[in-house]
Design a protein around this ligand. Structure first.
Ligand code: ATP
Length: 453
């Protein structure tokens, strides 16, 4: 039996779990860490890959109207003039005259330093792009930037993709990859870091169909998060006021998530109008337009952009999945991760290390690994081993016991309900495949039975 413990997810608990179990570590930790950079450990890298896979699957693989792209991180410096980043990708920075800490002026509630109460300087605009040099000379002419968003790689390839895929409007180009921002203030773990990953779709449409496609993409993106397990009550839409819009946007709605520190942006959906294609046409001298067969005219498509962060999504999925209860008299930490996102799908646990049992369990393990990321654990009591898997979100444990040697059956234990079924080993793979796709536990394969209700 489980009962709910009076606890709530906090950022401290998430950070501690992530470090304890190898999801996420501070970058360069042996040197004291590098501020606001993070390394994904063995479980974190799987979680992150699963998030990206799920996004790619939903946006590229399952649709005819979107294609993928992987553009380079370093781009021609003119890109950033055209996009407006050199002039306008800035935040107002103030510095404390006493302790010299720096703050984002627009995030301060007070006119004094939040750390020591000291007097602050006048705000100056601070550009968030990381600068570096290309080639062996460090001079102005060779200055380039690490991309602060992946979107521009898509706009500059608009013509290439159009010409090579023969896509007609409306169609989209999707890309995910690293982006870099020299944020003035970072924090809240992986919520805001200086190196992060984005998943961006630029959806090109006929002008005049903006509202229809904008609403469509807000709904689609909301559905994507809830389908992967995020509770509806922890998501909300936040429409930006006209005066708060970024320089390129005609409208913007954020999907906010209720993080432990409060509601904050998870993903933004913007109507970028024709801003980007017009700018890049002007700066490159190329005509980035589209011949509309219907009207027999050249038009400049408008763009609807859903832009999300992989790391923010990972944090939201972790926070949403985190739970504690009392199972068999002990505190149990569980990650109710959706099976699609869980780093490990199944754990094989022999009840004892005795040779005969281990031999059978290892055979089963080797077989399951052909299909899913699986793990094998024979250390400590079975209860401990179940809890180790619950804590990292493994949806199912397969237990091999002495009876298995005789009846050629094993038990499958469900992480969320703690219920168990017993199935013939010959049916194990099919049964797990069905359960991982959402079939209720008590739908049994031939020869299967309910083991623990
Ligand atoms: P914020 O207002 O939180 O700084 P933003 O509006 O500048 O975000 P966008 O430029 O719209 O963010 O970027 C799209 C997405 O990229 C965000 O919704 C977020 O998920 C992610 N993102 C942006 N900046 C960061 C960052 N510094 N660290 C992690 N993820 C980020």
């Amino acid at each position: 039996m489980t009962e709910t413990a009076p606890s709530k997810v906090t950022m401290e608990k998430i950070v501690s779990l992530c470090q304890r179990r190898g999801f996420i570590f501070p970058s360069s930790e042996i040197y004291g860490g590098l501020s606001s950079c993070w390394d994904y450990g063995p479980l974190g890298v799987e979680l992150k890959r699963n998030i990206k896979e799920a996004w790619w699957q939903a946006l590229v693989r399952e649709r005819d109207d979107i294609v993928g792209l992987d553009a380079s991180i370093m781009m021609h410096p003119k890109t950033w003039e055209a996009s407006g980043h050199i002039k306008g990708f800035t935040d107002p920075l103030v510095e404390c005259k006493s302790c010299h800490l720096r703050w984002r002026a627009d995030e301060l509630k007070d006119t004094r330093c939040p750390s020591c109460g000291g007097e602050l300087t006048e705000p100056r605009m601070f550009n968030l792009m990381f600068k570096t040099f290309m080639g062996p000379v460090e001079e102005e002419a060779s200055t380039i930037y690490l991309r602060p968003e992946t979107a521009q790689g898509i706009f500059v390839n608009f013509e290439n993709v159009l010409n090579t895929t023969r896509k007609r409007l409306p169609f989209g180009i999707a890309q995910m990859g690293k982006a870099f921002r020299n944020e003035i203030t970072t924090g809240n773990f992986i919520f805001r870091s200086r190196e992060f990953e984005q998943m961006e779709l630029e959806f090109f449409i006929k002008p005049g169909t903006d509202d229809e496609w904008f609403n469509y993409w807000v709904e689609e993106r909301l559905k994507w998060y809830t389908k992967l397990g995020i509770k509806k009550g922890n998501l909300r839409l936040h429409e930006h006021a006209k005066e708060a819009l970024a320089h390129y946007a005609l409208s913007c709605t954020d999907i906010d998530y209720q993080f432990p520190m409060g509601w904050a942006e998870l993903e933004g959906i913007a109507n970028r109008g024709d801003f980007d294609l017009v700018q890049h046409s002007t700066f490159s001298g190329k005509n980035l337009n589209y011949f509309d067969e219907e009207s027999k005219q050249h038009i400049i498509p408008h763009i609807i952009e859903p832009s999300g962060g992989v790391d923010r999504a990972a944090l939201a999925f972790l926070c949403d999945a985190y739970d504690e209860d009392i199972a068999e008299g002990e505190l149990r930490v569980i990650l109710h991760l959706h099976p699609t996102l869980a780093p490990i799908k199944v754990a094989v646990l022999p009840l004892s290390r005795k040779e005969k049992l281990a031999e059978l369990a290892k055979k089963i393990y080797a077989d399951l690994r052909q299909c899913w990321i699986a793990t094998y654990d024979d250390a400590q009591s079975i209860g401990r081993r179940y809890r180790r898997q619950d804590e990292i979100g493994t949806p199912f444990c397969v237990t091999v016991d002495f009876q298995s040697l005789e009846d050629e059956q094993v038990t499958i234990r469900d992480r969320d309900s703690l219920k168990q079924i017993r199935v013939p080993i010959s049916e194990l793979k099919n049964t797990l495949a069905a359960k991982l796709s959402g079939e209720p536990l008590f739908v049994l394969p031939p020869g299967g039975k309910i083991w623990k209700e």
